[in-house]
Design a protein around this ligand. Structure first.
Ligand code: GLU
Length: 497
């Protein structure tokens, strides 16, 4: 029999559709994707919408867009299909219910009629007695007379002994069964819980290795128990429980030789520079924001790959192909990786400078056509707009860290009327000398031929002696009058454009 160690990896990410993928989620996705791509494996996307209200099309779209933007294409999942769907968890509810029914019939699980209030009371009694609140066995196994509600279903866990997770990142991690309660696999309303649905789907979809955040390490022993129960051969030789449940619910059968996941990699969480879990306080955290702020997807991918992993030879700037060639989950570090947006921005600026002018022109279009920010050019841009943009690129390429910075400079070039920044006006234009300089510049430049940066520079520099004024005193008023702002790309080139 083929064990999962011999076959090409099947890995998955199973995001809950909140509409935003965060830095941590996308790094997990990336590590899974790199692992699959490096080993000729399969990268699966499964939307896990069981623990919350049904996924809306918009929230799912947000997740898919973020992955696509980052270049993390999936081989099976929403939009692309695959032989082991459906890939939206709520569409697998019949299967989950069939699994639970069979676990119950096999004696692996049991019913508990205890209400939420009774459970709460139990927890309080335990706490008062300084005992852990975990439950072994049902709190109430019988229906009360007149009671009609359905029970919740819990999985029976061993009462003693150890269970160990061999984790590629954390090494061997052991848990005592005596610390793990008999956990709920189906709520009284009939819905499956995360540990059940996730484990059943991983087994059904032939996942070989589970790579996810370390916050989920504590659920792994429970899932190991589920994997075992789901794949245990039936006494009467009718195959495993999971296969019967798939068959009953009309879902695709497992491929021959598929076992449960045998590999685990629990990634340390991404933290901010203060070592606290990354949150909005630290700046951009949602992938969609990185797109909107003009980070290049390949830079974010490169940066995130190095957040917890290194190729071992000191390389830092790597292409996606180089990452695929060098990536190794077993070399991922255990310490939480600190996300530093300033570093990312510096890295982004470096990559922007390495783009060809034509590439940068193309990459800037979405920041000007209204895709991100306000529309200054048409979609698609016309020839005149493209000509202007091509002219602007060499003026801004050296000074940008993020593509959205073009929005600061662009209005002066693409709008008919200059929008004056009141601060710049007050600081620069509100002086008599500024008026003198502007009038002189206007006279000197009027009718200048040829209208080139060199000629403009010569004329404006010529004014310095004539007016006995410093360069700043002459050039700044011209800059503010023409661009509206006291910061702009190089003045003479800007005037020519
Ligand atoms: N739906 C889970 C989450 O969003 C996925 C957990 C897993 O990868 O097993 O956290």
């Amino acid at each position: 029999m083929t064990t999962s160690a011999d076959r090409p990896p099947r890995v998955r990410i199973a995001p809950a559709p909140s509409g935003t993928l965060h830095v941590g989620n996308i790094r997990t996705a990336l590590y899974n994707w790199l692992h699959a791509r490096a080993r000729g494996g399969t990268f699966i996307l499964r939307i896990e919408d069981t623990d919350q209200q049904r996924a809306t099309p918009e929230s799912v779209r947000g997740v898919l867009e973020a992955l696509r933007w980052a270049g993390l294409d999936w081989d099976e999942g929403p939009q692309v299909g695959g032989a082991h769907g459906p890939y939206v968890q709520s569409e697998r509810a019949v299967f989950h219910a069939a699994v639970v029914r069979r676990l119950l019939a096999a004696g692996d699980a049991f019913e508990d009629f205890a209400t939420a209030q009774e459970l709460q009371a139990h927890r309080e009694t335990q706490r008062a007695a300084a005992r852990p609140p975990l439950l072994k066995g049902p709190l109430r196994s019988e229906r009360r007379p007149g009671e009609t509600g359905a029970p919740s279903i819990r999985m029976r866990t061993p009462t003693s002994g150890e269970v160990a997770v061999d984790d590629l990142v954390r090494g061997r991690v052991s848990f005592d069964w005596s610390d793990i309660g008999d956990f709920v696999i189906q709520r009284a309303d009939g819905s499956a819980t995360y540990p059940l649905a996730n484990a059943a789907d991983d087994v059904a979809q032939g996942v070989t290795l589970v790579c996810r955040g370390e916050d989920l390490l504590s659920v792994t022993p429970r899932q190991l128990l589920l994997y075992e129960a789901l794949t245990r051969a039936d006494d009467e030789g009718r195959g495993a429980l999971v296969d019967a449940a798939l068959d009953e619910s009309g879902l695709p059968a497992r491929a021959p030789g598929w076992g449960p996941p045998t590999g685990f990699a629990h990634l340390s969480l991404v933290v901010g520079d203060d070592r606290k879990p990354l949150s909005k306080r630290h700046g951009s955290v949602a992938v969609a924001e990185f797109a909107r702020h003009g980070y290049l997807p390949e830079v974010l991918v490169n940066y995130l790959a190095l957040l917890g992993w290194a190729p071992g030879d000191g390389r830092e700037r790597m292409t996606v192909d180089e990452l695929i060639a060098a990536f190794d989950l077993a070399a991922v570090g255990r310490t939480a990786a600190a996300f530093d947006e300033d570093k990312l921005a510096a890295f982004n600026g470096e990559r922007i400078r390495a783009l060809t002018r034509e590439e940068l022109t193309e990459r800037l279009v979405p920041f000007l056509d209204g895709t991100y920010g306000q529309a200054l050019i048409g979609r698609p841009p016309d020839d005149q707009e493209l000509r202007l943009l091509r002219g602007l690129v060499p003026l801004v390429q050296e000074r940008m860290q993020r593509l959205d910075e073009v929005q600061e400079y662009a209005p002066a070039f693409f709008r008919e009327a200059v929008e004056l920044d009141p601060d710049a006006v007050a600081k620069v234009l509100g002086k008599d000398a500024a008026v003198t300089a502007l009038e002189a510049a206007h006279r000197a430049l009027d009718g200048l031929e040829p209208w080139t940066a060199d000629a403009i520079e010569q004329v404006l520099r010529g004014l310095l002696d004539q007016l006995s004024m410093g360069a700043r005193k002459v050039f700044q008023p011209v800059r503010v009058a023409v661009t509206g702002s006291s910061v702009s790309p190089p003045l003479f080139e800007s005037l020519e454009l």
